[in-house]
Design a binder for this molecule. Structure first.
Ligand SMILES: [Zn+2]
Length: 106
């Protein structure tokens, strides 16, 4: 006899965890923490780039002052495009490593 756990039971057990995770991510974002659910942005025009501090805070910086927060934040326009707060350039979210590989095999 199979003693595999019932999948529906597992889903029911996981559901509240998933809801907690979503709430936790929203809370982290409101605190200025980066939740790693997208790639970091960099403006091709003025060089403003996002970075994450050792404490996990999302900042923007620019050479040669890498790691020093400018206080500016990219403004989301759509799911995948953002407006540079420094020069107004529209910046597309870079492809993640997984998405790049999917693109190569397609
Ligand atoms: Zn810019």
């Amino acid at each position: 006899m199979s003693r595999d756990p019932d999948i529906d039971d597992l889903v029911e057990q996981i559901r509240p965890l998933a809801e907690q995770l979503t709430a936790l991510k929203a809370q982290m974002k409101s605190l200025g923490l980066f939740t790693h659910d997208r790639e970091l942005l960099q403006c091709p025009r003025c060089g403003l780039m996002e970075d994450v501090t050792h404490e996990g805070y999302l900042i923007t910086c620019r050479e040669p002052d890498l790691g020093i927060d400018t206080g500016l934040r990219f403004e989301p326009i759509t799911e995948e495009s953002y407006r540079c707060p420094s020069c107004g350039q529209t910046v597309q979210e870079p492809l993640s490593e997984g998405e790049k590989q999917e693109g190569l095999s397609a």
